[in-house]
Design a protein around this ligand. Structure first.
Ligand SMILES: Nc1nc2c(ncn2[C@@H]2O[C@H](COP(=O)(O)OP(=O)(O)OP(=O)(O)O)[C@@H](O)[C@H]2O)c(=O)[nH]1
Ligand SMILES: [Mg+2]
Length: 350
């Protein structure tokens, strides 16, 4: 059994208090969008700008007093950090990896757990894969281009209780999804993955089943994660999984992969897209056939209003209705701006 402290769950432990706190704060969708931007900020300068925006949009009433205080404190800290960085000059600033594609997936885990192999299998990139630990020294980005979804994967250096890579903090905070690799061919595979979770928890990053700030401890950020068991064709894996209760103790969902097996890699790609909650939506002009080539990639639950904005900012104000062609349905649906889109919908904006 695992003896170390497990990472705490997302909640304070008192559901009633948590609910009261949230209800009292009455935060708006605009606030949550700004909060999401803040979580994804990669540099101190970006963090300062996001905190200023958060303070601008937060509803100003008694219920948000504590949160406003938290935000002001963080802004003061971030400005101080920025001032120190500016004094030291450009060399001290970390160079963020530019975002590419519809989402960012950070692949991390213990030494030799199969991170680089996994990124390579999903993206086709040629990375440093080796049968010994610590072969990856720097984060490296590669694109997965699959079924119209273009998603950025980032391979990372390993983490263990005795080895920490500072650049990972911002990288993981800004991830849309983390894939935490665990070696299914080793008895200590689960423990090594728990050690990684612990390292992040110490830095106030909780690998979790959801992304966003902790409602009770604003300094703690949750990042949605999936446990990926690599080398799952190892003959001992089924027995190991049965015998080791810790393999079932991760606070998020899991997948098994064997990098040489195309089918298992495909299943993992599909799971990544599902966990990211992405959909493909095609647009077509009235009177013209749909081209079905280059869809817009949106978050599931996105509405007609959101796709109008994506197509063109000007269009968002002018579109009043839309026609949707969905699946095998013969007649298109006539819908309004609030209508929620589904994967592979074809939208005609009016
Ligand atoms: N059979 C099999 N071998 C794998 C799988 N994943 C990784 N390996 C092998 O395991 C070894 C380590 O893989 P890497 O991808 O380099 O591991 P890593 O986690 O990136 O290692 P570091 O960067 O050193 O921490 C290599 O020999 C890989 O070929 C898998 O799913 N199946
Ligand atoms: Mg590696």
């Amino acid at each position: 059994m695992i003896s170390r402290n497990r990472p705490r769950g997302s909640q304070s432990g008192d559901p009633y208090l948590e609910k009261c706190d949230l209800m009292a704060a009455n935060l708006t969708p605009q606030y949550y969008r700004a909060e999401e931007q803040y979580r994804r900020a990669q540099t101190v300068a970006e963090r300062v700008a996001c905190l200023e925006e958060l303070l601008r949009v937060i509803p100003k009433h008694k219920g948000t007093d504590r949160l406003q205080g938290d935000l002001r404190f963080r802004l003061k800290e971030a400005k101080e950090q920025l001032r120190r960085e500016n004094m030291k000059g450009a060399a001290s600033r970390s160079m963020p990896i530019p975002r590419q594609g519809a989402a960012r997936v950070v692949v991390m885990g213990a030494p030799n757990s199969g991170k680089s192999q996994l990124v390579s299998a999903c993206t086709g990139a040629s990375l440093s894969v080796a049968p010994y630990p610590f072969s990856t020294r720097h984060p490296t980005a590669a694109l997965m281009d699959w079924n119209h979804f273009r998603i950025q994967f980032i391979d990372t250096p390993p983490v263990s209780l005795s080895h920490w890579e500072p650049s990972l903090t911002d990288l993981v905070r800004s991830a849309d999804l983390v894939l935490l690799c665990a070696d299914g061919s080793q008895d200590d595979g689960a423990q090594a993955a728990f050690d990684v979770i612990e390292q992040f928890a110490e830095r106030k990053i909780q690998l979790s089943h959801r992304s966003g700030f902790d409602e009770q401890r604003f300094a703690v950020v949750h990042v949605k994660s999936v446990l990926v068991v690599t080398r799952s064709w190892n003959s001992d894996w089924p027995v190991r999984k049965e015998l080791f209760s810790e393999w079932n103790a991760f606070p998020f969902s899991s997948a098994e992969v064997e990098s040489g097996d195309e089918e298992s890699v495909l299943q993992l790609k599909a799971k990544v897209v599902k966990e990211l909650g992405l959909i493909r939506v095609f647009t077509k002009k009235p009177g013209e056939p749909a081209e079905l080539i280059d869809p817009y990639i949106l978050k599931s639950g996105a509405t007609v209003a959101e796709i109008s904005e994506k197509v063109h900012a000007d269009l968002a104000n002018r579109v009043k209705t839309a026609k949707i062609r969905r699946g095998h349905e013969k007649t298109p649906l006539n819908v309004g701006l609030d209508f929620e889109l589904c994967d592979l919908d074809i939208v005609e904006l009016h």
